[in-house]
Structures are given as C-alpha cells and as structure tokens.
Design a protein around this ligand. Structure first.
Ligand SMILES: Nc1ncnc2c1ncn2[C@@H]1O[C@H](COP(=O)(O)OP(=O)(O)OP(=O)(O)O)[C@@H](O)[C@H]1O
Length: 277
C-alpha cells in the first residue's frame, strides 16, 4: 500500500532524510519511532504530498502522493484545526473534501463521534476545546473518509489515558479492516498494544524493522542470582538456560532470583546508541 524507496531531503546542511526506505502493507500498523529530528515528520509529510523529496520514490497504492490524496488520511503532529469551526463542521468539511455526501457522510460522522467519544463537545468551536479534545477531533478528521493509508504523527502527544485508549482502539479497528497505518510515537508501550511492526528511524533513515519479538530476540536479558555469600549477574540472550545453569552451581541457600527480559525501551536505546558516526 505504501512504498518509500531511498528518500533524500536536505535543508542546507541538514539531511532530514538520508536514504529512508519503508514499506507498509494493507492491514499493517508500522510504529515509526526515533530520536527528535530523526526524520519521522519529514517522511510523513512527504507521503502525504506536502513536501517533495530531493530524490527517491514514494508510491501510495502504486501512485505518486499527489494522485492518491483520497486514499490517505493524515493527522499532523501539531494541531491544525480551524478555530471558529465546530467539531461537527470539521468532520463534515473533511468528509466532503474526500467526496462523502448525504447518508454516507452522516454515517461516517456518527461512527467517528461514537468511536472517538466526541458527543459531549460536538457543537463546540475547535478554538475552545481542550488539548486532548482537539487531538481527538484532529484524529477523527483523518479517519472520516475511511482512508486506506492512515498517517498518524504523534497522535497521542499530550492526550489523557482515555483519549489515548480511544485512539488506539480505532487504529486497531481500522487496521483489522485493511488500512495500512504509519503511527509515529515516542511512547513505545503503545506499539506493544497495537501489535505494530516497529521501524526505528535514526539520522534520516530506517536502521531496524521487525516485530517486537524479532527485534527483542537479538538483545540480551539480565539474570541475577543472589546467595548468602555470593551474587551472580549475567547478561545473556538465553536467560532461561543461563538461570538454570547458575542455579546448579550457586552455593546454597539461594536467597533471590531475578530474570529481566529486554524491553522495547532497551531495544530503542541500544539501536540509537549504536548508530554513531
Ligand atoms: N522546513 C525545514 N527547514 C529546515 N529544517 C527542517 C525543516 N523541516 C525539518 N527540518 C529538520 O530536519 C530534521 C528532521 O526533522 P523531523 O521533523 O522530520 O524530525 P522528527 O523525527 O519528526 O522529530 P521529532 O521527534 O522531534 O518530531 C531536523 O533536523 C529538523 O530540524
């Protein structure tokens, strides 16, 4: 559904994208993570056709972004709503721009109002909504036309737990219905909940891509065995076997045993730390 090949974009001496390639299949959620300035937003804006690459190719369902606008829904990192318009007017406007009319538009609005829990402020102007309410509204404008490619750039930044959960549930539902989704975030636990494929961006390109199980499998876990007279602390890619071996040789009595598998935070830190010039 989305194919990006060797994208490059420079702003004077800054290489915002430097050989960025990523593929997203229908029904797949790709969680795009990376340090500040890694190029995530630049990539998302390029896919939505807002900015042009210096070189490289972006194809959305086989077409350049400018010809695939109706297939794409985008929620930008920064809130971009029309302050005087109500939530209902936003949904109506974005739905109409994507070609929805009459009953189809009304049904799409009803569905999103329920899913994103917008009922209580549906007729309030966007300029008077709280940050979290604006986030929900913005996400709803990206979803209104049932896009086949959804680009969500830090959609839960500053959102309360309820807003975050509503959004994660909708994202899962849309992926289950076949949408391809790019989801940028700094909250790695969200990617576990979404069962997303993880793509780690660093310095304008993707340095690792895979399921969390695949990526975590290459990282060591920690095993600690504490005895009355001695303590063993081992870093290992096979914590269970190592633990059994330690227990065999450890002097008795064993006082405590700790087994820590690597987390996505560990993975992220090790990948970004190893990507040095
Ligand atoms: N219009 C622009 N003019 C100059 N530099 C830019 C422009 N847009 C982006 N950059 C630079 O390109 C790099 C990539 O920025 P980008 O916003 O894509 O990063 P990001 O991964 O989304 O970061 P964050 O996690 O902070 O949102 C940064 O160094 C940024 O300063």
């Amino acid at each position: 559904m989305l194919e990006a090949i060797d994208l490059r974009k420079r702003y004077d001496e800054i290489k915002a994208l430097d050989g960025f390639s990523l593929r997203v299949e229908p029904g797949e959620i790709v969680g795009l993570v990376g340090h500040n300035g890694a190029g995530k937003t630049t990539f998302v804006e390029m896919v939505s056709g807002l900015i042009q690459p210096d070189s490289g190719t972006v194809l959305v369902d086989g077409q350049p972004p400018a010809k695939a606008r109706d297939l794409v829904g985008m929620s930008p990192q920064h809130i971009a709503l029309y302050k005087p318009l109500t939530v209902r007017e936003h949904l109506s406007l974005f739905g109409s721009l994507a070609g929805l009319r009459g009953a189809a538009l009304a049904n799409a609005i009803d569905e999103l109002v329920t899913l994103m829990q917008l009922t209580s402020f549906l007729d309030r102007q966007a300029g008077y909504l709280s940050g979290g309410q604006q986030r929900r509204t913005q996400a709803a404008t990206a979803l209104i036309h049932g896009p086949r490619l959804l680009l969500l750039d830090e959609p839960t930044a500053g959102a309360d737990p309820e807003t975050r959960q509503a959004l994660l549930d909708v994202v899962k539902q849309r992926a289950a219905e076949g949408a391809a989704i790019v989801y940028t975030t700094h909250y790695l636990t969200e990617l576990t909940e979404l069962q997303a494929t993880i793509a780690v961006a660093s310095k304008g390109r993707i340095i690792a891509r895979g399921s969390s199980a695949e990526l975590l499998g290459s990282l060591p876990g920690q095993v600690r065995v504490r005895c009355a007279t001695e303590e063993f602390h081992v870093s290992t890619t096979d914590p269970t076997t190592t633990l059994l071996e330690l227990l065999e040789k450890a002097p008795r009595p064993v006082e405590s045993v700790e087994l820590n598998n690597p987390t996505l935070d560990d993975l992220y830190r090790s990948l970004v730390a190893s990507d040095v010039d």
